[in-house]
Design a protein around this ligand. Structure first.
Ligand SMILES: CC(C)(COP(=O)(O)OP(=O)(O)OC[C@H]1O[C@@H](n2cnc3c(N)ncnc32)[C@H](O)[C@@H]1OP(=O)(O)O)[C@@H](O)C(=O)NCCC(=O)NCCS
Length: 325
């Protein structure tokens, strides 16, 4: 199994509070806090983009691993908010970081589960051939969805998280990863305009569909709780460990109520679940690597800890990973 050699993360400086949102759309700090636990989130500055966020997190992870860009053998980026339509953000990042002409690719459209899915891909690539893979989750969601639709806009923020995965024993061993998909729920969380079914044109622009994130919040909520708790139990079963041995669960940060429901279903005390959704909101595929970077940085994770990552997103996709620090 692969090992994690370094961690990195980045969030833009600009903080947008619930009160600021209440001045933009018909909402309130009370509504957002009660329903989601979110108090603030970060917005990318005008001179920032998916590439700059990814590069900042990547440089942190490469440095933390004691490597240089020349040591990176492959790059995979999970994002639903790419720098440009074509080519992928990973190609742009290869050049930006000054890496060798190594293979790079994006895992696009897998929503908030993308980072753990990307770890799953990297894990199997390393099993075939030992190499150092830069794995990133990054989103600049605030630039891709409607900022006038209160039902979705207040939930999201921008951030990036990165790890370096390799074959040599290092900071954390990947014990196992499980992931799954149920495409029958694709219409419950989707942004349809801009694809071949409904290309960008004057009509999608006029109707506002070009950036309308369609979301059935209650169904997403129910599925998220079920899939993240089941995936966590499944990955522990596969690696022969129990919930009682878990030091910390780092779940996708979409909503405090979802996190709490997953925690209760798993039978964990609150101190064993990492939460930063109140500070950053839902940063899509970045939530898990960004939270893991923070957990390592603040010594919430120590040597010997068994850590479970779990995420859920559009698709629906879900995934969980068990890591031995
Ligand atoms: C979105 C979510 C917070 C809504 O919470 P909820 O408890 O389902 O919402 P409720 O049913 O209590 O409230 C819905 C009402 O609030 C209104 N509302 C929606 N957004 C609002 C906002 N920002 N401010 C104030 N009111 C809002 C709706 O218009 C609706 O009004 P109505 O009852 O008059 O039609 C919740 O369903 C959720 O978090 N779902 C998961 C979403 C998610 O995680 N998506 C990303 C997945 S990776």
């Amino acid at each position: 199994m692969a090992h994690i050699m370094g961690f990195g993360g980045y969030a833009p400086e600009r903080i947008v509070t619930n009160d600021e949102w209440a001045q933009r759309v018909d909402t309130s700090d009370e509504w957002i806090t009660q329903r989601t636990g979110i108090k603030r989130r970060r917005f990318a500055a005008d001179d920032e983009s998916t590439l700059t966020l990814a590069a900042a997190a990547a440089r942190g992870a490469i440095g933390d691993a004691g490597l240089t860009p020349a040591d990176i053998d492959e790059i995979v980026i999970a994002t639903d908010t790419p720098e440009v339509r074509t080519p992928d953000t990973a190609a742009l990042l290869q050049h930006e970081l000054g890496c060798r002409n190594v293979p790079t690719y994006d895992l696009g459209g897998s929503g908030c589960a993308g980072f753990i899915q990307a770890m799953d891909v990297a894990n199997s690539r390393i099993a075939v051939q030992p190499k150092n893979i830069l794995v990133i989750g990054v989103e600049v969601i605030t630039r891709m969805i409607s900022l006038t639709d209160r039902a979705t806009a207040v939930l999201f923020g921008d951030a990036a998280g990165a790890v370096i995965m390799g074959s040599q024993p290092s900071k954390a061993e990947v014990l196992g990863i499980v992931s799954g998909t149920d495409g029958s729920h694709a219409e419950i969380l989707t942004l349809t305009a801009g694809g071949t079914r409904r290309p960008f044109n004057a009509s999608s622009l006029a109707s506002g569909d070009h950036n309308r994130l369609v979301m059935d919040g209650k169904k997403v909520f129910t599925e998220a709780v079920r899939r993240m708790s089941e995936a966590s139990a499944e990955v522990l079963r596969r690696v022969g460990r129990t919930v009682g041995e878990v030091s910390l669960v780092i779940p996708h940060q979409a909503n405090l109520r979802i996190i709490e429901a997953v925690r209760k279903k798993m039978g964990l005390e609150s101190g064993r679940v990492f939460v930063n959704v109140h500070e950053y909101g839902n940063t899509g595929s970045a939530t898990v690597p960004f939270a893991m970077w923070q957990a390592v940085l603040t010594n919430r994770i120590e040597k010997g800890d068994l850590v479970v990552l779990t995420a859920f997103g559009a698709g629906f996709h879900w995934a969980a990973a068990a890591l031995q620090f």
